[in-house]
Structure formats: structure tokens, C-alpha cells
Design a protein around this ligand. Structure first.
Ligand code: HEM
Length: 431
């Protein structure tokens, strides 16, 4: 207890010091996120902790905590979350007033679309969306299939002797990582650095310093990639935007867009692949059915997205004036976050939403958010997941998790597992 008290005192002192004179509160200076703020990121395995359901029953919009003089609200109800996420008149996504000087590498925005308001958001998102149309994504489909096949070959090579293989570094992470490198048009030699920056920035266990350090690191990196492509545009998203809209966007904003795509698409899809595989292996009939019918694949992927809700909270929303939400008055100057796994299990939308049911008629879920900031990469993510899970089930029908306890990530905005050890076969020879 005394260690805890010392720790808390130290934190309180640090938090006070973290205030930046005249510049608002500097979240980037926090080196550990307080428990009262981070508990909604905890889970029991794949489920949100029970407190989330209790809160949703009692108060779907609830005052979570107050720290550094800032009141933080958590929204656990589906209808209330949709209302907040869709309302750009009442809420801002602009985080700059809360960042002090450190979160920004220059005077511009800090990390892409999710932290940007109209009209900048509208202007920048309009540049990005053509890269995610079904027509453009179709061009990626054969590359996605080849990337998946390449990784399955590696898994087969590593596991054919009968030992265990970790699916995180061999499958869940490299598939979306290589897909995003393709999408952005990044050269091979940049890929290792990207890999490291991608993981670090979503891990809130190390607080603001680690997260925001990684943000500015990947941002600098993409700034350099963008500068290079300005003179020699590549085939990917960065080069395409330079060719078609080069006059309308500066390097800083374009690097920010690329950064949002990189970080928004990597850890999220990687977590879906790892956790999704774990859930499927726990439901072997559903796993095997993936090889039978594309309609089954689509439905199963949608249910996995809802059930896992790997993005645990929305980008923060900042009320522009006092707003009534779910019977509460949320004041200007407060912060709202929507807790998506909780909202996606809201009993007001039907029974049994706490469990995974691959046969469930698709429900409208919030795993990709809602409204103006809804995930721009949703269709790419679906394309990857719909290709990867059945390919895995076809290649390794006897796949089995090789541990009793999975190593779930703690308090991470994007939920996931650190590793997923599997065995490729339980008896029969491969293929
Ligand atoms: C299964 C995988 C994914 C999940 C679960 C996911 C989830 C989300 C969620 C919940 C939001 C909205 C947050 C909010 O409104 O506050 C979001 C936004 C975003 N996502 Fe994804 N995402 C995934 C994959 C991707 C991919 C593959 C990309 C790009 C290649 C991507 C890029 C983005 C971007 C750029 C935004 C910000 C959009 C905006 O603010 O206008 N995401 N994502």
C-alpha cells in the first residue's frame, strides 16, 4: 500500500508539473495513464470487464474521472455513442489544445484525420477516400492473397516438424503490415522502422511519453518518405495523391494522412487477425465452415469485428458547448470517449450480444466507429480478414492453440495478444 501511495504522490507531482504554462494541459508529458482513466481498457480475455455492462445498464453516459482539472466521460451505450460520434456540430476532435508544445513536430496537426475537424478534415479525407474505393482496392486483392500465401508458407515451414509456431509475428502482424506498405508504396528498406513505430504508439502502459514519442517518430519518417516521393512519386497512395492532388496538399499534411493510414490500419488489423484466429480455434466448427461458402465468411468476419471490437475507445470528442447526452450534461471543456466493446454488446440491441455467434444475422456495429470519422480503411480491413481467415482454415484445418492461457495485452487502446502459439496438426499429415 505504501508503495502505491508513494507512486500516486509521485504521479500527482508529475501531473502538476505536466501542466504547460499558458498552453493548456500537456498529455504528452504524462508517463503513466492513471487507473481511474484507463480501467475501461481492461478486459477479461475477449470480454470487457463486468463494470462496463453495469455502467451501461445504470448510466450509458457516465462521468469516468477528473484529472488535471479535466472531466472525462465514458459512453458505453450504443445509441448514445452513435449520437456523439455523428455530431460534429457539438463535438470537436481537435486535440491540439490538450497537447502543449510536445505532441507536434511542427505547428500543424498531430496525427491525421482522427484528431482533425472540418473543414480540414473534410478536405483531407476527400483526398484519401478515392484510394479506398472498391475499384482501387480490387487492384490490391491479388497482392493481399500473395502476401497471405507467403506467410502461410513460412508458418508451414516453421511448424512442419511438429513444434509450435507463434502466429503473431508470422501471420497477424506481417499480413497487414505488408499490405499497408503496398498501399502506401513504401520501399522495402523502410519496413523495419515502421514495424517498431507501429507497435509502440498504441501502448498506453508507458503513458504519454512513449505513445507520443512514437507518434512523432513515425510522423518524421513518413515526412521523409513523402519528400522523396514528391520528386519521384511511387505507385502507392502517397504517389497517387501527389500525382492527382499534389498542388492541394503540403508534405506535412500528406505525411499526416499517410501516418493515420499506417497506424490506423496496422495494429487494428493485426489484432483482429490474432484474436479472431484464437476465437475461431475455440469454435472449430465455425473455423471449418469458413472454407465452404463466402457468405459464411462475410458473416463470421462481421461477428468477429463486433465481438472483439479491438479498437476499444473512439478518438476523444471535445464538446464545443454544454451538450445533453444520455440524460447527462457534458460541459464545454470536458472530454468524451466511446467505449466500443461495451456499446457493441448493448442489450437494448438484442439478446446474447455478450457472446460470439457466427450464425448471428449481421448487426450494425461500431467496430469501425460511426459518422464523419468512421474508419476510412473498413473495406480494406474486411478484404484482408475475409481473405486471411479462410486461407488459414484451408491450409491448416487441424490448427490448434498450443497454450492454456493467452498473453492478452494490458490497457491498450487497440486490444490484442502478444503471442498466439499454435500447432499445425493434431495427427494427420499436412496437406
Ligand atoms: C479491423 C481493422 C480496423 C478497425 C477495427 C478500425 C477501427 C477504426 C475506428 C473505430 C475508427 C474511428 C474512431 C472514431 O470515430 O473515433 C477508425 C478510424 C480510422 N481508421 Fe480504422 N480500423 C481498422 C482498419 C483500418 C485500416 C486498414 C486503415 C487504413 C489502411 C484504417 C484507417 C483509419 C483512419 C485513417 C481513420 C480515421 C478516419 C477519420 O478520422 O476520418 N483503419 N478505425
Amino acid at each position: 500500500m505504501s508503495r502505491l501511495t508513494t507512486y500516486l504522490k509521485g504521479r500527482a507531482r508529475h501531473m502538476v508539473l505536466a501542466r504547460v504554462g499558458g498552453n493548456g494541459i500537456d498529455l504528452s508529458q504524462l508517463d503513466r495513464v492513471p487507473e481511474s482513466l484507463s480501467w475501461p481498457l481492461q478486459r477479461n480475455g475477449t470480454d470487457p470487464v463486468e463494470r462496463i455492462a453495469e455502467l451501461r445498464e445504470r448510466e450509458p453516459v457516465s462521468r469516468l474521472t477528473s484529472f488535471l482539472g479535466l472531466t472525462v466521460w465514458v459512453v458505453t451505450g450504443d445509441a448514445e455513442a452513435r449520437e456523439a460520434l455523428a455530431d460534429t456540430t457539438s463535438y470537436s476532435n481537435d486535440i491540439r489544445p490538450f497537447m502543449g508544445r510536445r505532441g507536434s513536430t511542427t505547428d500543424g496537426d498531430i496525427g491525421g484525420l482522427g484528431f482533425t475537424d472540418p473543414p480540414d478534415h473534410t478536405r483531407l479525407r476527400r483526398l484519401l477516400t478515392p484510394e479506398f474505393t472498391m475499384r482501387r482496392l480490387e487492384r490490391l486483392r491479388p497482392r493481399v492473397a500473395a502476401i497471405i500465401d507467403g506467410q502461410l508458407d513460412e508458418i508451414e515451414r516453421l511448424g512442419s516438424a511438429g513444434g509450435t509456431v507463434d502466429l503473431v509475428p508470422t501471420f497477424a502482424f506481417p499480413v497487414p503490415f505488408l499490405v499497408i506498405c503496398e498501399l502506401l508504396g513504401l520501399p522495402d528498406e523502410d519496413r523495419d522502422t515502421f514495424r517498431e513505430l507501429g507497435s509502440a504508439r498504441f501502448d498506453v502502459s508507458y503513458g504519454g511519453q512513449g505513445t507520443f514519442g512514437a507518434v512523432s517518430g513515425s510522423r518524421r519518417f513518413l515526412m521523409e518518405a513523402t519528400r522523396k516521393q514528391r520528386t519521384n512519386p511511387g505507385d502507392g497512395l502517397i504517389g497517387q495523391i501527389i500525382r492527382e492532388h499534389g498542388e492541394e496538399i503540403n508534405d506535412f499534411d500528406l505525411a499526416g494522412l499517410a501516418d493515420g493510414v499506417f497506424t490506423g490500419g496496422l495494429e487494428t488489423s493485426a489484432s483482429m487477425l490474432a484474436l479472431g484466429t484464437a476465437v475461431l480455434l475455440d469454435h472449430p466448427d465455425d473455423y471449418h465452415r469458413l472454407t465452404t461458402d463466402p457468405a459464411v465468411v462475410d458473416r463470421t468476419v462481421e461477428e468477429l469485428l463486433r465481438y472483439l471490437s479491438v479498437v476499444q475507445v473512439s478518438f476523444p470528442r471535445f464538446p464545443k458547448h454544454d451538450v445533453e447526452l444520455g440524460g447527462q450534461t457534458v460541459a464545454k471543456g470536458d472530454v468524451i470517449v466511446c467505449q466500443l466493446p461495451g456499446a457493441n454488446r448493448d442489450a437494448r440491441n438484442g439478446a446474447g450480444l455478450d457472446g460470439f455467434d457466427a450464425g448471428r444475422a449481421p448487426t450494425s456495429h461500431l467496430a469501425f466507429g460511426h459518422g464523419f470519422h468512421r474508419c476510412v480503411g473498413a473495406e480494406l480491413a474486411r478484404l484482408e480478414l475475409r481473405a486471411a481467415f479462410p486461407a488459414l482454415a484451408r491450409r491448416f484445418p487441424d490448427l490448434a492453440v498450443a497454450t492454456d492461457e493467452l498473453d492478452y495485452r494490458e490497457r491498450s487502446i487497440v486490444y490484442g495478444v502478444e503471442s498466439l502459439p499454435v500447432r499445425l496438426r493434431t495427427g494427420a499429415a499436412l496437406r
